[in-house]
Write a protein that binds this ligand. Sequence first.
Ligand SMILES: Cc1cc2nc3c(=O)[nH]c(=O)nc-3n(C[C@H](O)[C@H](O)[C@H](O)COP(=O)(O)OP(=O)(O)OC[C@H]3O[C@@H](n4cnc5c(N)ncnc54)[C@H](O)[C@@H]3O)c2cc1C
Length: 296
Amino acid sequence: MDLITVREVRTPTTRAELRFGPGELPLGGGTWLYSEPQPGLTGLVDLTTLGWAPLEVVGDVLSIAATCTLAELTRLPAEPGWAAHPLVRQCAESLLASFKIWNTATVGGNVATSLPAGAMTSLLSTLDAVAVVWTPDGGERREPVVELVTGVRENTLRHGEVLRSLEVPLGSLRSRTGFRRVALSPLGRSGTLVTSRTAPDGEWVLTVTAGTTRPEQLRFDEVPGERALADALARVDTWYDDPHGAPDWRRHVSALFAHELRAEALSPAPTPPARPFVHRPGPARSAGTPTRGGTA
Ligand SMILES: Cc1cc2nc3c(=O)[nH]c(=O)nc-3n(C[C@H](O)[C@H](O)[C@H](O)COP(=O)(O)OP(=O)(O)OC[C@H]3O[C@@H](n4cnc5c(N)ncnc54)[C@H](O)[C@@H]3O)c2cc1C
């Protein structure tokens, strides 16, 4: 859609050039911004020209640039011990989108849009990610993603603040995770998305998104009993009501999923598949010879 009130799209290459006048907003992939009228919008500041590396391991965190696209995120290589790795694709595929959106929408744009069905919010909340926010005075602040998103299209970002990156503790990636999602139609927006994460120290974290107006997280020192889980779920009161599901249905299926995930967490962890043996062609073979996969 043409945004007919936009007069200027700026393309900064340094932080010093990153500033926002009244009526100006950050531009990530533009998949939400260009999908509906934006009354009062006079300018866009394109974050993708800042050239941030999409994915970097820095110390004990995986740093995901806000401008990392969904497609780039799904290409995150699985390191040994990253039991949570499958959750990345499970969440990315929960965002119902064409290949155009998949290749353009950014992780930061998804969190900043703050829709209940924000699949990157689901992923990052589950993994205890911390948002690094650049403030207009040249400083930065940090806030857990689970707290940054506060409601439907609501978050703690103020005008002029920019999500710079999302930091995932490597310990979270070493956790065992579980995933359940339902939508009213096969290609529909998520009605509810429930994840679980068993941390290496035994802590059990249940996260509900899409079914609630903001991420809801229940934390237990260990996998809880049925009763303790039911009691904690009964205290959740933010069930979302929109054409993608009624609140009572969302509450019911979320609880069903939560109990399934609890049982799953109590069962022995599946053995990771053996590393596939890949035959590497020797120098005598032509460069075009395909390699064959097999089991060792
Ligand atoms: C067909 C279709 C299906 C969709 N399905 C879903 C879905 O299932 N779930 C869902 O959540 N969304 C969905 N969307 C909405 C949207 O595509 C996604 O939320 C997407 O991830 C937004 O990312 P973006 O980079 O394109 O954001 P943009 O459109 O660039 O920006 C969105 C908002 O975030 C702000 N913003 C962007 N980057 C930053 C940043 N780094 N710091 C601060 N603010 C920033 C912008 O100013 C704007 O307000 C869908 C859209 C379409 C068209």
